[in-house]
Ligand binder design. Sequence first.
Ligand SMILES: Cc1cc2nc3c(=O)[nH]c(=O)nc-3n(C[C@H](O)[C@H](O)[C@H](O)COP(=O)(O)O)c2cc1C
Length: 229
Amino acid sequence: MRILGVSGSPRPGRTTDRVVQEVLAGAGGRTEFVSLAGKKIAPCRACLACVKDNRCRIKDDMVPLRRQLLAADALVIGAPNYFSNINALTHSFLERLCQFRHRDCRELANKYVVVVGVGGLEPHVPVAVISKMLPYFQMQQVGSITAQGAASCFSCGFGESCRAGAVQALYGPDVKITDKLIPDPTKQPEMLFSAHALGRKLAGLVQDKESLLRQAVEMKIQNRQKEVS
Ligand SMILES: Cc1cc2nc3c(=O)[nH]c(=O)nc-3n(C[C@H](O)[C@H](O)[C@H](O)COP(=O)(O)O)c2cc1C
């Protein structure tokens, strides 16, 4: 069993990374974590070069990721909310799954997915967006987790006085930024507990599928042997 976690945050080690990693920790076994931070992943060009062999021709960091996606039995995909959508980096990554959409989506079809959404105010938005995209690739969502992340406004230096920022939106005009106020996964123990539990559930589902497949193969072999004897 291999479970691949992909975090679309451009900020390494921040909330999206940490929640995706917590789901992987719950899954145990062979897990792999990939951060899209710093990766060059162009959006889909709609050139349709991938139609005949489900292989994208753009040569960028999606090439090794393609191999990791194919090798994975299940995925954890996380994204931050940028302007009430998923961020562009995660969107580009998901657009490039278009290469698998042809010929019945057979490479990705039925892979289980856990979705992670992070936002300063609205963490459910990335979950909603990714959940809408998964059926295009015939992947099966088995659960989702939302977490509050620290908007950049907490560390930009103007967070207390800026009327357009997330700090005042959350705490009003007289806010004083303290460590206690800054959102962090460690301050959301129930969320981390749920993320861990969802990882366990994901691993269990993959194992069940594997054992069903094994049984089906064994039955086929037995039937074949009966036919021959
Ligand atoms: C350009 C930008 C736009 C954002 N827009 C929103 C938004 O519309 N709604 C929201 O809830 N959070 C928004 N955020 C806050 C991020 O979702 C938040 O900082 C989150 O923690 C980022 O994930 P990370 O910590 O894993 O990097 C925005 C952040 C940035 C940098």
